[in-house]
Design a binder for this molecule. Structure first.
Ligand code: 48F
Length: 257
């Protein structure tokens, strides 16, 4: 039995890895925008995998506000909440309350149920860059990167890549810095996020969700970070709508290739 358990895990894991070495869409970051993008890309029939550095995907959605595990979603994003079967209560003023643990686990479940694969404990340390385009991810084990061990990475090829890394905009930052290229942002680089302005930030999260360099899209808080817009705190409608918009743009991009 001991040998069977290990054999099953090793064989099944490497089958999964092998079948995800070339993707339509690679998503970096398992926050709400990345998970929603994974769900809609899978639903559109695209080969999609999401790579998350932490053990548990979900990003900044589990903790609600200051660890009070409730989040707010506005009316505009409620069709997504309903499509995913997430429970909610009305708050008033066109806003709804969701239990953050229930909502986050629903995003993970629905993305994987739709056909997306999630690889946790992966740190994306670079991209594949040729023909003036982002063509995939350079991946390593998160503990290897955290311990600064000198271990070379593996590569996942992808026709489109999504930076859903949240406040740090990690992928956009490294693409601009290492390749000296201009991104489609107000300065051509990563502008950096501004302080809190809830309504403005929710609107611009969706507006700033776009292809910022050939092959590289950006969603969620990273989209506001790269374009120099505001943060918004524990309100999540913009994150869900941004994930859906990213999936639509990437699907159109994949279909054109
Ligand atoms: O920050 P995060 O939750 O992304 P998001 O979709 O949502 C933002 C909200 O949670 C919140 C907010 C809403 O009001 O402002 O902050 O923009 O999740 C980003 C995920 O990306 C992972 C990180 O661990 C987190 O779970 N991540 C970041 N860099 C990397 C990464 C990397 N280089 N490789 C793999 N995962």
């Amino acid at each position: 039995m001991e040998k069977l358990v290990s054999l099953g895990i090793v064989e099944s894991y490497f089958e999964k890895l092998k079948s995800n070495l070339a993707l339509d869409a690679a998503i970096v970051g398992g926050g709400p925008s990345g998970l929603v993008a994974a769900y809609y890309l899978a639903k559109a029939g695209k080969k999609v995998a999401l790579f998350e550095r932490k053990l548990a995907p979900g990003g900044g959605m589990w903790g609600g506000a200051m660890m009070f595990n409730e989040i707010v979603v506005q009316e505009e994003a409620m069709p997504i909440v309903k499509e995913l079967g997430i429970r909610y209560k009305e708050l008033g003023g066109g806003a709804y309350l969701l239990d953050s643990v229930h909502a986050t686990s629903a995003l993970i479940y629905k993305a994987t149920e739709a056909g997306a694969t999630i690889f946790n404990c992966y740190s994306i340390e670079d991209v594949v860059f040729h023909d003036n385009r982002v063509n995939g991810l350079v991946v390593n084990w998160a503990p290897v990167v955290r311990e600064r061990m000198h271990v070379d990475p593996l590569v996942i090829m992808a026709r489109t890549t999504l930076d859903g890394t949240g406040h740090d905009c990690e992928i956009a930052t490294l693409v601009a810095r290492k390749n000296h290229v201009q991104l489609d942002t107000p300065t051509g680089g990563v502008v950096g996020e501004r302080s809190m302005s809830v309504v403005e930030a929710e609107r611009t999260t969706i507006e700033n969700t776009k292809e910022i360099y050939p092959g590289l899209f950006v969603s969620g808080m990273a989209s506001n970070g790269v374009s120099g817009s505001f943060r918004m705190g524990p309100i999540f409608g913009g994150m869900l709508l941004s994930g859906r918009k990213a999936a639509e743009l990437m699907t159109a991009g994949i279909d054109k290739l």
